[in-house]
Design a protein around this ligand. Sequence first.
Ligand code: COS
Length: 425
Amino acid sequence: MTKLALSSADLPVFFEERHAALAARLTPEALAPLAGARDAADVARRMGEPLGLYAHLIPEALGGAPAGAGRAADRAAIDVRSLVLVREALGQVSPLADAIFAVQGLGSYPVVLAGSDAQRREILPGVLSGRRIGAFALTEPEAGSDVASLRTEARREGDGWVLDGEKVLISNVPLAHHLVVFARTSAAAPQRGGDAGGRGAGRAAITAFLVDSGAPGVSAEPLPMSVPHPIGRLRFEGCRVPDSARLGEVGGGFKLAMQTLDAFRISVGAAANGMAARALREAIAHVTRRRQFGAPLSDQQMVRAYLAEMATELDAARLLVARAAHKRDTAGEAGGAAARVSTEAAMAKMFATEAAQRIIDRAVQLHGGMGVIEGTEVERLYREIRPLRIYEGTTEIQKLIIAKGVLERAAAELPADEPPPGRAP
Ligand code: COS
């Protein structure tokens, strides 16, 4: 590979000079140590030093990479377009590295957003260097998409809290030094779709905590996945933490989780675009080399139709991702918190991951039988892309978020005396 396909080259209108400089550093040579590597701990460390990729997860004011003019002093400003470029590159080179990078972000951005000065000082320098790896412990056996129904409990005891409960499908668990744990701090027992007080009360009862993965009362167990990916289960049994381990306000956990997901869902789309770009490149190489019926496969009209669809879908996905990231980075900053981009982020995540699955599937088809032989690049990508349509919010959850945003926008545009769209006057 001579060069990686990065959106900043094709879509300069969405990007700035610092992105071009970053893209120039994201070369196949620079990222070669990550390609094909299977030792997750080694991959995680290398992305800190020497590669410096985690700098894009930390605001400049806290020692990370610049997020653009006027944002240098903003202690919550991470540059989502830089995340997009890093994940597009990692998606092409090493989906394992990409997944670790993303979860390092999910496990540190809540500290950036809501951490006290002491928590930021304790966590962020290690995140930057790669000496410290984080995880985002939200999902539970009975609370996946329905975050408000989570059951892990944090009970007030003396001047601290005691955590009890179970988390599953938590990426980075086998590597993690610290965990961002979302727990229920209200006494109300949760029911499906929230708690006894309804969905709103279910959400208002969630608080985030910063917990050391080696703390007494925490145990971890790895889970094997269909692709090489460090993931596992966590148990909290009488895990005692001081009140200073609380991340943000009591009851602020749901919002903190959603704000974190809004920023990182856009970059999931970018990772999907990276994997799709790699598959398209492999498909083009194959169909121009392989001859059937006396000519290269690329002479066949049906093959050309596939290539046309793959390239168009990839460009459409890149546009949605770039639009969401640009809006997230440039929309009015209010009190350090970026403007809501839930709808655009959900569109980018949904469309790019679904399109990448289709593009990679066609790349497998174009490879014929070789496409399903273990060790072929497209066969590996076929397995690697699948979790992206599920993690950080399934395609179905993204549709709910998009529809809600569209309806709210339509309602906001209506004159006060007009009935909502779709309803008879
Ligand atoms: N920033 C700030 N506030 C946000 C927010 C954001 N990005 N997203 C939601 N909120 C706020 C809303 O404004 C609302 O506040 P009010 O009650 O004050 O109006 C509150 O949070 C609830 O939001 P919403 O009504 O959208 O919540 P729902 O319960 O209807 O839906 C879904 C929540 C289903 C969208 C959410 O639970 C979700 O994203 N689930 C998927 C979880 C996931 O991605 N899991 C994977 C884990 S990581 S691999």
